[in-house]
Ligand binder design. Structure first.
Ligand SMILES: Cc1ncc(COP(=O)(O)O)c(C=O)c1O
Length: 394
């Protein structure tokens, strides 16, 4: 059956806008994966070694998560059928939130349908018109959108420059509440926020501090709580965001903090209040993932050690990996066309390493984003290094 095109003149502008994007080499498409997420995947019908996922601990395709879902869905069905405030909140959600609070060492936690929703909903619940929000220049889009949504005064400080932030906060102003936002581990640069400095600035000025640990949850810190734990300042970060969707291999996001924070968000975070609760069976998978994170610390420890070795090998070949200090390793090449070309050439050699271009990264910082996971074998990493080396004649 063929689809009938809906021709409506009011959308004609899209043709020119899309053509413009493609002309600039900024058009996007979605590579189609077949089968489970993992270190080896079939993308667009081709078997590839996958350096393009956020499945840092190799849990997305783990059969224990699938089994937890199967069991829970058999018992309770799949759909949650309503928002959490209207019969959608199930025992599984309560158990997951209690487990997340224990994992994070906080009084309480709240699970959102996505990390994106956790960020936008939390920010807009904490500040509003008449308040001020301060955001690192390289923060994730969801933090930025949370600022816009909140309608608070919005100031951007240079990447990781907490001295500059300190000066911004010292300026007299009549704003009521003030909120500082930072990624814990920056999703494209792979560098860490200087949280020891940021907590001091926040405390000095009586500002709230929100740290988005999306890419660090399960990876950084002795217990896998994230960069704040790694840097020994977790008790000084009052609002912590994490995701279930990256290292934990599930889907959803969460906020960890005090009981009063969570109660406020249950009342005021619109993406939580007005969105259907995630399936309770998905909560069962996240519980299973948290058990694995606790029981198998070698996954994260091995990953970070191997990431450090990979960064060194790439630097030895002359690649610029920026300030990466993590499993996210950008190979910065500058022009978007060059990033796309290198990604294509690696693809031909059987490696999936996505090119990241503006607006995801600033102009001039197009890169290949190498995402290392605990599922990559030493041979896969050797292959990446040798193929990249051959592309520049090393
Ligand atoms: C730093 C950061 N925060 C939040 C998110 C959103 O998380 P989710 O994918 O669970 O919506 C992302 C997603 O890539 C991210 O990189």
């Amino acid at each position: 059956m063929s689809a009938h095109p809906i021709t409506h003149g009011s959308l004609d502008w899209i043709d020119a806008a899309l053509a413009n994007l493609h002309e600039q080499g900024l058009g996007r498409r979605r590579p189609e994966r077949c089968g489970a997420q993992g270190a080896r995947v079939a993308i667009d019908g081709r078997e590839l070694v996958n350096f393009g996922s956020n499945d840092y601990l190799g849990l997305a395709g783990d059969s224990r998560l699938a089994e937890a879902i199967r069991e829970a869905a058999t018992r309770e069905g799949w759909g949650s059928g309503a928002s959490p405030l209207l019969a959608g909140y199930a025992e599984g959600h309560r158990r997951l939130e209690a487990r997340l609070a224990a994992f994070e060492g906080t009084e309480a936690a709240l699970v959102f349908p996505s990390g994106f929703a956790a960020n936008t909903g939390t920010i807009a619940a904490l500040v509003g018109p008449g308040d001020a929000v301060f955001s690192d220049r390289k923060n994730h889009a969801s933090l930025l959108d949370g600022c816009r949504l909140s309608r608070a005064d919005f100031r951007v400080y240079p990447h990781n420059d907490f001295g500059n932030l300190d000066r911004l906060l010292a300026r007299p102003g009549k704003n009521c509440r003030r909120l500082i936002l930072t990624d814990g581990l920056f999703s494209m640069d792979g560098d860490l926020a200087p949280l020891e400095g940021l907590v001091g600035v926040a405390e000095r000025h009586g500002a709230m501090l929100l740290v988005d640990e999306a890419h660090a949850t399960g990876v950084f810190g002795r217990r896998g709580r994230g960069v704040a734990e790694h840097l020994g300042v977790e008790d000084r970060v009052p609002v912590r965001i994490g995701t279930l969707s990256k290292a934990l291999g599930c889907s959803g996001g969460f906020v960890a903090g005090s009981r009063r924070l969570v109660e406020w968000l249950v009342n005021r975070a619109r993406p939580y209040v007005f969105s259907t609760a995630t399936p309770a069976a998905a909560a069962a998978a996240a519980l299973a993932a948290l058990e694995i994170v606790a029981a198998e610390p070698e996954r994260r420890e091995g990953l970070l050690a191997r990431a450090a070795a990979l960064r060194e090998r790439l630097a030895a070949q002359g690649w610029d990996t920026g300030r990466s200090a993590s499993q996210i390793i950008p190979v910065i090449v500058g022009r978007p066309e060059r990033a796309v070309e290198l990604s294509r050439r690696l693809h031909r050699r059987g490696l999936y390493v996505p090119a990241i271009r503006p607006p995801t990264v600033p102009e001039g910082e197009a890169c290949l984003r190498v995402s290392l996971t605990s599922a990559h074998t030493p041979e896969m990493v050797d292959r990446l290094v040798s193929d990249l080396g051959q592309l520049v004649g090393v």
